[in-house]
Design a protein around this ligand. Sequence first.
Ligand SMILES: Cc1cc2nc3c(=O)[nH]c(=O)nc-3n(C[C@H](O)[C@H](O)[C@H](O)COP(=O)(O)OP(=O)(O)OC[C@H]3O[C@@H](n4cnc5c(N)ncnc54)[C@H](O)[C@@H]3O)c2cc1C
Length: 534
Amino acid sequence: MIPSERPWSKTSPDRVWDYVIIGSGMGGLTAAAMLSELGKKVLVLEQHYVPGGFTHTFRRKSWRWDVGVHAVGEVSEKSTIGRLLTKLTRGGLKWATLGKVYDEFYYPDGFRIDFPDDPQQFRQNLYDAFPQERSAIDEYFLLVKRVSGSMKSYYLARTLPRWVGTFADRWLARDAQDHLAQLTSDVVARLTQDPKLRAVLVAQWGYYGSPPNRSSFAMQALVTKHFLWGGYYPVGGSQVIAEQLCGAVARAGGWTRIHADVEEILVRDNRAYGVRLEGGEEIRAHRVISAAGVQSTVTRMLPGQRGSWIDDTTKLAPAPAHVCLYLGFEGDIRTAGASAANKWFYEEWSPELEGWDVLDPSNMPRAPVLYSSFPSLKDPLHDPGPRQLHTGEVVTFVPWETFAPWQGKKWRKRGEEYDALKKSLEEKMLAQFLEHMPGLRPFVKYAELSTPVSTDHFVRPMKGSIYGLEPTPERFQNPWLRARSPIKGLYFAGSEVTTVGVMGATMGGILASLAAEPVGTFKLLRDAARAGSL
Ligand SMILES: Cc1cc2nc3c(=O)[nH]c(=O)nc-3n(C[C@H](O)[C@H](O)[C@H](O)COP(=O)(O)OP(=O)(O)OC[C@H]3O[C@@H](n4cnc5c(N)ncnc54)[C@H](O)[C@@H]3O)c2cc1C
């Protein structure tokens, strides 16, 4: 019996499963919980020693941090997905609002703008900052509504197999196709000549990891829409997501197995029938769902497969890598300006920022943008105790290539050169961050930097990417990124099937369940949608 508070283990029963799911991120666990709800026997396999993928957390001394969850939109009981997650977890997964303002933006010349939890207020904040640009701002909101609305048909088309899907992509999703093909920078440039408004409209591009001159406008529109009603944080910390969804799997007689590194998906006569783990153990299943990333799956787990679908998928570029500075504080950080809202510190106005150029550690420029977040202030269950313990996270993009030489080297034993680079980045990032929030300095009691090789080691995205495949027009037009693979019985879940983010991955899990079990999944979705109109 798996204990309910840790519904996973290092072993799994020997049986033929209805579904084996590779990867316990939000995408894999959403698909697992939905299929479990439909009565299927599901085994989730996770290579790490904790489940959750980018929703897992880790501890050092008395502090605990999330690795990939700062703000999630569209998850309250007002949204169908929010209600679906409540149903799957029997109410165990709850979300706390980040408050009236969820994102604050700071620019070099003292300009500040807040993104609030209300679309009317958001529009007003933009009008106040750019009074001459009311019509451009109105036009932007109209576009966001139109484009994000059209993406529903795009997602639906992506549940179909490729042979009907190509037709469906073109016709069912024809409104979306136009916007998918356009670059964010081109669309925004048509709306306004004001460079500052252009920068502010795309200020959140860090949430999808592709600068405006490379990203598809559909992605920009989806992120704007995603946060129109504010940002939320999982009550109890982001590990609650995996605890609750693994619990849903366990309740239905399924299993989550950690330390289970899938080496190969077993395929015979173009049908998937199970997986082989590192070490040689084979596990049989009627169907396999890979939620470990589409590109990662085709490159690493299907060695015998050839063809245009493999070539086309492998060609796509991953989004950049990142470094994250994890901070442990002692003291009331609210007195130094910290709050539940995320703070973006832009060092320049140009929205076309590449990552931090860290190639030459002896001559490093400032990071062009720092994104910071205070998770302990977001969580209503966080008890700071008498020492007033709090946490902070500071993130920025870096090129994978700088860190690639250390890929595959043992964790914490990567050598002096790596340690020196890491230390130097940590010090520079902390100094830059404290210039923006000097009042925090006396409270900093712990600092540790994660690099793209840490990301590679713990979660394994391609090239240590923060968000998987970059959301470019090419990515959205790639015909193979769909829930059904060309191999019978092999499905894909997770954010690479849909779009980045916790809700993007959730949607990817839903699409996999819909493609594999259309009738049952449709009923679950219909019930969740109807519950909103009661
Ligand atoms: C620093 C950072 C900040 C972020 N902030 C936000 C935010 O504020 N809001 C938001 O919505 N999103 C945010 N994201 C993005 C979000 O966390 C991810 O897009 C989402 O969680 C991805 O889910 P997924 O299921 O697609 O993939 P993942 O979470 O990557 O899951 C894939 C899983 O597959 C496992 N796996 C890989 N290979 C194998 C194998 N061979 N065998 C077994 N298991 C395997 C991995 O270990 C992993 O657990 C952030 C991400 C990062 C890194």
